[in-house]
Design a protein around this ligand. Structure first.
Ligand SMILES: Nc1nc2c(ncn2[C@@H]2O[C@H](COP(=O)(O)OP(=O)(O)OP(=O)(O)O)[C@@H](O)[C@H]2O)c(=O)[nH]1
Ligand SMILES: [Mg+2]
Length: 198
């Protein structure tokens, strides 16, 4: 359904004047330091694994997706997980339409810190879909039951286990959240959140 385009091809006409021809959807990626957020994004955008250094402040990347015949730009904001950057989060959340909330399957404390992240995201966004991701499935124990319970109790969109190292479920993760964001945007969000290219 969604096609990653490494070279954006400009306009795709939908034939429906009511739909924007190009939209920018802001996605935030949050979770404790070292859970693999930057590695996941890098894997998704390049298809390769690269050992990452700690993010300082935030990182930013975009890619174009084709959603129901409309080209959308996914603007991916990669937030540094280290505690000392936490004060930046409210600003960083502004205008976001979706969130990947990640923890590390090899480090249980990163799971127990999810509440803090959720509170921060929810108090600075407007009821956006949040996808829970347990990363490093190549190295950690599966934590499905606990994480699925957490997903349900906290009304999160879904839970996926990933390996940025091996590429497991990485494309699915970004496709899932992008689809949720697109659906939410076209059905509920104010049109002002869509940037129509001219
Ligand atoms: N085994 C394994 N290691 C991973 C995986 N994903 C990331 N890593 C490693 O985990 C370490 C941290 O990854 P980062 O992507 O820098 O983590 P981050 O969440 O962006 O961390 P901050 O920028 O500090 O918030 C790196 O050494 C990665 O190579 C994975 O799926 N499996
Ligand atoms: Mg990082």
């Amino acid at each position: 359904m969604i096609e990653l385009q490494s070279n954006p091809v400009g306009w795709i006409s939908t034939g429906d004047a009511s739909l924007p021809r190009k939209a920018v959807l802001k996605l935030i990626v949050v979770g404790d330091g070292g859970v693999g957020k930057t590695t996941l994004i890098h894997r998704y955008l390049t298809g390769t694994y690269l050992d990452q250094r700690m993010t300082v402040g935030s990182g930013f990347a975009t890619c174009d997706l084709n959603m129901e015949g409309v080209t959308i730009t996914l603007a991916i904001w990669d937030f540094a997980g280290e505690e000392r950057f936490r004060f930046l989060l409210p600003t960083y959340c502004r205008g976001s339409l979706g969130c990947i909330l990640a923890f590390d399957l090899t480090r249980p404390p990163t799971f127990y810190h999810l509440d803090q992240w959720l509170t921060l995201v929810r108090s600075n966004t407007d009821d956006i879909p949040i996808l829970l991701v347990g990363n490093k499935s190549d190295a950690g124990d599966k934590n499905s039951d606990l994480a699925r319970d957490y997903t349900q109790i906290n009304n999160l969109a879904d839970y996926l286990e990933t390996s940025a190292k091996e590429g497991y479920n990485v494309i699915k993760t970004f496709e899932t959240i992008a689809t949720l964001m697109w659906t939410r945007t076209t059905t509920a969000a104010p049109q002002s959140l869509l940037t129509t290219a001219t």
